[in-house]
Design a protein around this ligand. Structure first.
Ligand code: TRP
Length: 345
């Protein structure tokens, strides 16, 4: 979809009274999947609604306690990624989860409203437990991270959460907690929230599998021209499309998945799909087009990031100011929730 209609769709799903909160675990650099899935919506919403981006370092520790230094190092890296894509701290608050002790206290209170069985049923947590091979040795903090995420969301009284579809179970659990708190309080002290899903289906890695930092099949937001070239060349297309004249498959073709997500000229992409299906369009020409599209997208991000990297003090200031601002908001929410638990004496 062209950039313009992405914009229109997002405008129609949000309104100026929405409060937006979303977050990222600081475990590695953000990549194009994050851009298509979430960063792009945040840029569109910026300035239209109150928006906070939370760098979720405590959540990252729930499955990476052995990599604490790695997580800490990535906090400013995520901030750099945000700023480089165009997140403006004058319009969007960037805060660090671990600096907001109200979120930790909200988590402790909410844990009383959730059963272990309910946590074990969360399909995202289930899938992650399997992926990480925890088996029966699940860190308790990991099992409970949906509750901490509910604290993140409600701590800002967020109404709209731009996330991938894997996060839908978190939204559902958050709303269950919200209803329980409101029942305890006898008043609607917290709003329910809804997910803002991206209209880009999950972007595959260059090999067609799930994009992952550790596999090296994702395109980093800061990729150099050479890296873009190498990764686009490595993209999975259609193994039966040996000659340009052969008919080719568009479905499952990674190059088309990226053109769908990023090419500003979607009318041409549709024509290219027809030509590819009919035979008469080679992978070389197609990949050349995608390289151009990605270079145009990434080059300004790369330049801006390099500038910011030489001004770390500015990045630290952004995090300090954003977290201070968020502290005020989250502490006000905590006061209301404490009162719901009769703890306001
Ligand atoms: N769980 C999210 C992820 O893994 C990150 C996150 C933490 C988050 N807190 C949040 C997302 C609050 C939305 C709202 O990507």
């Amino acid at each position: 979809m062209p950039a313009q209609s992405h914009d229109n769709q997002r405008q129609s799903q949000s309104d100026a009274t929405d409060v937006i909160l979303t977050g990222d675990r600081p475990t590695g650099p953000l990549h194009l999947g994050h851009y298509a899935g979430s960063l792009r919506s945040r840029l569109t919403l910026q300035g239209r609604c109150a928006q906070t981006l939370l760098i979720a370092d405590l959540q990252a520790l729930t499955d990476s306690s052995g990599r604490a230094a790695h997580v800490a190092r990535h906090v400013p890296e995520i901030a750099l990624d945000y700023l480089a894509v165009g997140i403006d701290p004058a319009q969007t608050t960037i805060a660090v989860q671990s600096r907001l002790s109200a979120l930790a206290e909200l988590t402790v209170l909410y844990l009383n409203l959730v059963t272990v069985a309910r946590l074990e049923r969360n399909p995202t947590v289930k899938a992650e437990v399997e992926l990480r091979g925890f088996e029966r040795d699940i860190p308790a903090g990991f099992l409970c991270y949906p509750v901490s995420q509910a604290a993140d969301i409600t701590g800002f009284r967020a109404t709209l959460v731009p996330v991938g579809d894997d996060q839908l179970p978190m939204i559902e659990q958050t709303n269950e907690i919200v209803r329980r708190v409101n029942r305890l309080a006898g008043a609607p002290v917290l709003p329910e929230c809804r997910a803002l899903l991206s209209d880009t289906p999950r972007l595959p890695g260059v090999d067609g599998r799930k994009a992952s930092k550790s596999v090296g099949n994702a395109i980093p937001l800061t990729a150099t021209t050479d890296e873009i070239h190498r990764l686009v060349q490595a993209m999975y297309t259609d193994p039966n499309h040996a000659r340009a004249s052969d008919p080719g498959r568009v479905e499952g073709n990674v190059v088309f998945a990226y053109l769908d997500a990023f090419d500003p000229d979607q009318a041409t992409v549709q024509e290219l799909k027809e030509r590819y299906r009919g035979g008469g369009l080679g992978d070389v020409a197609l990949k050349r087009r995608l390289e151009g599209v990605l270079e145009a997208l990434i080059a300004p991000i790369r330049v801006r990031r390099a500038e910011l990297e030489s001004d770390r003090a500015y990045v630290m200031d952004v995090l300090r100011a954003g977290s201070e601002h968020a502290k005020v908001t989250t502490e006000a929410v905590l006061r209301d929730v404490r009162a719901a638990f009769a703890l306001d004496a």
